[in-house]
Design a protein around this ligand. Structure first.
Ligand code: SAH
Length: 357
């Protein structure tokens, strides 16, 4: 049976080694090699007996992904990775360099079945959930390739994390385990279109991590036009949950709001949104729509985005307009595409291809 080590928690890894007649501390050694040192194969684990290393490698290779291609933005150092899974799925992650440290944005699924009409990621539907190992390897391979110390993680790539909750939770447990990478829970943000069962579990399981909800509209009439999930979980339900989330976790909640020309970016929309969020410890992250050719929607103007932000702030609601990174390499929100072949031509003089050895 194929056992990918990175699909197991450290506890499960201990049981795995015990069942093979090995000392449980072997699990801690392997765990450290995988997450702290980012080992690419068992041969690197020099404090393990050679026979054990070979047996493990025969069970299943350590890496679940291969870097198929990487693009580096010459504007801001953003890198987009296209990874190939063992069964041939192509998934994408984005590495971002910020003044306060580097961050990786990972995909939670190959494709997506949420069907938000403005988003490129889900236009071919869902292929499958990603495994905990595939989630970890997106981060670990980007760290190894860039040589940067990654201290922040966002689960905001392709896919809906709450639709793959068990695997996402296992992944978060593994990368926050102090015996490995030890990423701080507060440095993690998970973004959801609003799947209530997953959000409830996330509040219970990871109250220290950050939750971002893609709201994108002040009311159900607009929201259901652009997000099918709006018919299952309405704005009122989301707001009620958000209030409970803030009370129970003691943390601020983030709302993402894609600004679409004339659809949801008018002053009356800002007023309605501000009214909904009054008194809630939250931040509205305004994202000017990234153009996706097939969708027929246009981004708001910079002036409209600024006016929207100021109108929210005047009513006491904190808001930022998201700075766009990596737009020259189609790495910005909603632009991650499944197949390299299906990509818009990534022409232009702002990126170059990273040679992969
Ligand atoms: N499924 C999750 C996470 C993935 S999308 C979610 O819905 O939150 C990450 C963010 O990018 C979401 O807020 C999503 O709505 C937004 N997004 C999708 N397409 C976009 C586009 N074309 N322009 C700007 N943001 C987009």
């Amino acid at each position: 049976m194929i056992t990918h080590m990175k699909n197991l928690t450290r506890e499960e890894l201990r049981a795995f080694f015990a069942a093979r007649g090995e000392k449980p501390f072997r699990a801690d050694q392997v765990f450290e090699w995988m997450y702290r040192h980012g080992a690419r194969d068992f041969a690197e684990m020099t404090n393990l007996a050679k026979s054990l290393r070979e047996n493990l490698e025969n069970d299943a290779p350590l890496l679940t992904l291969k870097i198929e291609k990487s693009l580096i933005s010459t504007r801001d150092g953003t890198r987009k990775y296209l990874y190939r899974t063992a069964d041939g799925c192509l998934i994408e992650s984005v590495f971002m360099k910020y003044r306060f440290g580097s961050s990786v944005c990972v995909s939670s699924q190959a494709g997506c079945r949420m069907g938000c009409v403005f988003c490129a990621s889900g236009q071919n539907g869902l292929t499958r959930n990603l495994t905990p190992g595939e989630l970890s390897d997106q981060l670990l391979l980007a760290r190894r390739d860039t040589g940067e110390d990654i201290r922040h993680l966002v689960v905001m790539g392709t896919g809906e994390p709450m639709d793959n909750y068990d695997n996402v939770l296992k992944f978060l447990k593994n990368i926050t385990d102090p015996a490995g990478l030890g990423l701080g829970r507060r440095q993690i943000s998970v973004s959801t279109c609003g799947l209530m069962p997953g959000m409830e579990r996330f509040l219970r399981d990871m109250p220290q991590a950050n939750l971002a909800i893609s709201l994108h509209a002040p009311n159900d009439a607009i929201r259901t036009r652009i997000m099918p999930i709006g018919k299952v979980c309405g704005v009122r339900d989301i707001l009620a949950f958000a209030r409970r989330y803030v009370a129970d976790s003691g943390r601020k909640i983030t709302f993402e709001y894609v600004l679409i020309d004339r659809l949801n970016d008018r002053p009356e929309h800002a007023d309605e949104l501000a009214g909904n969020l009054r008194g809630l410890n939250c931040l509205v992250n305004l994202i000017p729509l990234n153009h996706v050719a097939e969708t027929g929607f246009a981004p708001s103007s910079a002036a409209a985005a600024r006016a929207f932000k100021e109108r929210l702030e005047a009513k006491g609601v904190g808001a930022t307009v998201r700075r766009e990174l990596g737009s020259d390499i189609a790495a910005a929100c909603g632009q991650l595409r499944l197949a390299a072949g299906a990509d818009q031509p990534l022409n232009g003089d702002h990126f170059f291809e990273n040679p992969i050895d």
